[in-house]
Design a binder for this molecule. Sequence first.
Ligand code: BJW
Ligand code: ZN
Length: 237
Amino acid sequence: MLEQISDKLKQAEKIIFVTGAGISQESGIPTFRGKDGLWRKYDPMKLATIDAFYEDPKLVWEWYEERRKNILAAKPNLGHLAIVQLEKKKPVHVLTQNIDGLHQRAGSKNVYELHGSIITIKCTVCGFKDKISTSFSKLPPLCKCGNILRPDVVWFGESLPQDVWQAAISQASSCDTMIIVGTSLAVSPANLLPIYAKQNGAILIEINPEETPMSGTMDISIRSSAAKALPELVTVF
Ligand code: BJW
Ligand code: ZN
């Protein structure tokens, strides 16, 4: 299948990656859904909503602190690095649902964090935002204004950062190739991005060991892991 469209891929002028938790799975960061997913162990409604946070900010913070430590100890894998290789040849933008910062640590330049970042905090009241530089002596940490700080991530029922989302729509709507890696495409509005690309006539390629609700819309589905499939795929361009 890939051979059949290899000429088109060689001519690609604007490539967009849409990534999800699966691309970081081989770096040792668990996904959300599926066999070993976080939502098998934890209830998202008790950890990933603003109501859950106000109900028990310490519990939610402890969960994020544990994940942040694991993420900071993790390294980008061959999947993240393959995207950086392609950036040396072609214009590439990465629209990621991940909060782990591994694309940036791998060296990707144009990364749009749709669901925020685990290494930033923001105030629940005053608009203060900062990178987390040390661990906190007390949870939940407090802002200089006296109110509770929260992880700068997007929880269920919250809007995506509007500037990032608008930029993501614009990138998706103007690409000629979209590569969707390691996402179940279960969560909106990020799962609309392949539709924007398709409306522009883009080629859609999915890398995922499992089927997704949009597999039928893809031009090619590569049923393999990101770290195995991406290094080979990027050589075709
Ligand atoms: C591999 C692999 C390998 C494995 N290689 N692949 C009803 C009530 C309220 C809201 C809604 C509702 N119905 C719909 C909504 C909207 C809601 C939503 O979509 N919910 C659905 C779950 C039903 N969306 C939202 O609320 C969003 N906001 C919004 O819509 O605002 C407008 C609005 C406001 C008010 C009311 C309604 C609408 C916000 C969504 C925020 C999502 N947040 C999280 C947590 C972020 C912070 C954190 O990390 O803690 O984001 S949830 C979680 O899911 C995380 C992820 O970014 C996101 C997507 O998951 P992803 O990346 O796809 O991972 P998985 O685990 O699902 O899939 C991994 C895939 O990888 C699998 O397919 C594997 O097969 C594959 N894989 N190993 C390659 N090695
Ligand atoms: Zn504040």
